[in-house]
Design a protein around this ligand. Structure first.
Ligand SMILES: [Zn+2]
Length: 242
């Protein structure tokens, strides 16, 4: 938990849950708080200089987005999605996100495009300086930003949850050291949105989600033998009847 303050300046002390939530989120996606880590309310309240109520509000918002899990009698933990959870998230993304990209191609204005382009520049800087955790967070945020530029608040809520779980899954199950969003693909999607080319925006997003899925190892691990007979490949005989 002390790691929360390691890499960043101390946040302004206040009573709002939003900066605390943002800070925890950043620490999770930059791998200073790994999936499964316990988030102790008392300690967080002490570190941030706020009441436990404020910490509880921040944790319950994170729980709504699937980032934090509350376990009965044990407290709050950073969520650790299973491979099955990760597959379900990718299936949902493959359905929703091409529609989001198509809607953005219809309705994104100059301000929205400038935000998307500015965000891609920030991603590229993180990529070239090798900050993988930051890159995973930023590439996830790009997809939420796209939902914002589509102007549909339901898309924004859906994408916020899907991206949070997706980013945690990438940290756990990515095959390589790269972010699961392949380089240059966000740029291609934004270029199609800028042209107002709905079909291409949808197709590129569909392909992008498929590439994200390919970058992750989501096959279930082979189960280890659970006994001598199974290890030796012998089916035990039924006991003789008297
Ligand atoms: Zn992406």
């Amino acid at each position: 938990m002390d790691q929360v303050t390691t890499h960043m300046p101390t946040p302004a002390r206040g009573h709002s849950e939003a900066p605390i939530r943002a800070r925890i989120l950043q620490a999770i996606f930059e791998r200073r708080l790994p999936p499964g880590e316990k988030l102790t309310e008392d300690r967080l309240a002490e570190l941030f200089g706020v009441s436990r109520t404020v910490v509880r509000q921040a944790l319950s918002r994170l729980a709504q987005d699937g980032i934090v899990e509350h376990l009965p009698n044990r407290g709050a933990f950073v969520a650790a999605p299973s491979r099955a959870d990760a597959r379900h998230v990718l299936e949902a993304r493959a359905v929703v996100e091409p529609e989001v990209a198509g809607a953005a191609a219809c309705s994104c204005d100059a301000h929205g495009l400038a935000r998307l382009r500015g965000h891609i520049e920030t991603e590229n800087r993180a990529r070239s300086s090798g900050e993988r955790g930051t890159l995973v967070r930023l590439t996830g945020e790009f997809h939420v930003l796209l939902a914002e530029s589509a102007g549909n608040p339901v898309f924004v809520r859906l994408l916020t949850e899907l991206q949070a779980l997706s980013s945690l899954s990438i940290l756990l199950y990515a095959r390589g050291e790269e972010s699961a969003c392949p380089p240059d693909e966000h740029e291609g999607i934004v270029a199609a949105i800028e042209r107002g080319d709905v079909e291409t925006a949808q197709r590129l997003m569909r392909e992008h989600i498929a590439h994200v899925a390919q970058e992750m190892d989501l096959s279930e691990p082979v189960e280890r033998p659970t006994g001598l007979a199974q290890a030796l490949g012998i089916t035990p005989r039924a006991p003789r009847r008297r």
